[in-house]
Design a protein around this ligand. Structure first.
Ligand SMILES: [Zn+2]
Length: 388
């Protein structure tokens, strides 16, 4: 009996050592993944060839033809797994601490802290491998040969007038009598199809070959997301993009296109906005087209108001009343969700996150949509007005 006990003690000692070594390996690998990200930042072309157009294509297809084929948002499975995991860890810890000596408690706490660090490291590592290295690929402006410049207020106003004209025309193309009554224009499935088709065409036109068939899922409890000012997100661990079910119907196409751009490996927020705008405006569905054009106009109008708050940007840009009403409606709707401290701190966290991944502009990078769009229109001058 004593003999067996000795063996069990010995074996569990070995197991504990393997486990703690395993946990250290996760931490070391995660640090290595970050260091690699730093090194790769110097070689964007290699990242494009090996990762974005190589490894990531494999990841994209694997997700889209497995999890993407089943009807439920895969994040629910992921969430359930996490809850189970955490509950098990808590239960085990409680059991280990029951009637334990102070010395033992100290050991268990240190052990659990190591486990938690290892889990965080594993999540970081998988995040980088499944999507994160796309942060190091060349900018779209480089791929397209766009000349990016700081925009003057006059240039912004000029672009705003053009955008107002576009939005007004798209607004007129919508079904008559929708005044004050925004139908849920496109069911989810169709929205996804329309947005994907337009986005794929857009990317091909730019010389990319978008892989797989990424999914857009809608969160039923979408109001929760809007409270922290998040309309949607891409989740690299399930390969799916999620949009808030609380969005107004007219916002959904643009947000869906933005998240799908992330799913295709475009990490930059400004680029995702730019791609979403391009994809929406070429769509044959009038709701999708208007969604993109309205959002573009809104972001120019916001910037003009920030620069010259004493002037009415609406009047300055000649925005028709129907479009102005839609803009006001969207803003009022989102103001209802407040924002507040939680939203503020969330955005600060996201800013730090982006900067840690090499996006020096942080959350300000969202605004790059307008200069990208202007540079693109200039490059395609002549073909621009009729540009699909
Ligand atoms: Zn985004």
């Amino acid at each position: 009996m004593i003999f067996w006990n000795a063996i069990v003690v010995k074996l569990s000692g070995i197991w504990r050592r393997i486990r703690s070594r395993g946990r250290f390996s996760w931490i070391i690998l995660a640090v290595a993944a970050f260091v690699l990200r730093g090194v790769l930042a110097r070689y964007p072309q290699i990242v494009e060839t090996v990762y974005a157009r190589g490894i990531f294509v494999l990841i994209r297809n694997t997700f889209d033809y497995t999890l993407g084929r089943q009807p439920l948002p895969a994040v629910y499975f992921f969430g359930a797994l996490m809850i189970f995991w955490v509950a098990r860890a808590v239960w085990r810890t409680v059991r280990r601490l029951k009637g334990a000596s102070n010395e033992r408690i100290g050991f268990v706490v240190r052990d659990q802290a190591l486990s938690l660090t290892a889990i965080a490291a594993a999540i970081t590592l998988f995040f980088m491998m499944l999507w994160g290295y796309n942060y190091a690929r060349p900018r779209i402006s480089t791929q397209l040969g766009l000349r990016m410049a700081e925009l003057s207020t006059a240039e912004l106003i000029e672009e705003g007038r053009w955008a107002a004209h576009e939005a007004a025309a798209a607004r007129r193309a919508l079904v008559d009598g929708f005044e004050g009554n925004w139908p849920n224009a496109l069911p989810n499935k169709q929205l996804e199809k329309h947005v994907r088709r337009s986005l794929v065409e857009t990317l091909r036109q730019m010389g990319y070959s978008p892989p797989g068939k990424p999914r857009i899922r809608t969160f039923r409890a979408g109001g929760l997301m809007l409270h922290v000012s998040v309309s949607g997100f891409y989740f690299p661990f399930t390969g799916e993009a999620y949009i808030s079910g609380g969005l107004l119907p007219i916002e959904r196409p643009f947000v869906a296109a933005h998240e799908m751009a992330h799913a295709y490996g475009f990490t930059d927020e400004g680029e995702a906005n730019f791609l979403a705008w391009m994809a929406c405006r070429r769509s044959e569905d009038p709701w999708v087209a208007y969604s993109g054009k309205l959002r573009y106009l809104m972001s120019i109008e916001t910037r003009i108001r920030m620069r010259a708050p004493q002037r009415s940007a609406g009047l300055l840009l000649g925005i028709p009343i129907s479009v102005l009403n839609d803009m006001a409606r969207i803003r009022e709707y989102h103001q209802r969700f407040g924002g507040g401290i939680i939203a503020g701190s969330w955005w600060r966290v996201y800013d730090v996150y982006l900067k840690s991944l090499g996006v020096t502009a942080g959350t300000v990078s969202y605004r790059r949509m307008v200069p990208l769009a202007i540079a693109w229109r200039r490059l395609n001058a002549g073909r621009v007005e009729s540009m699909p």
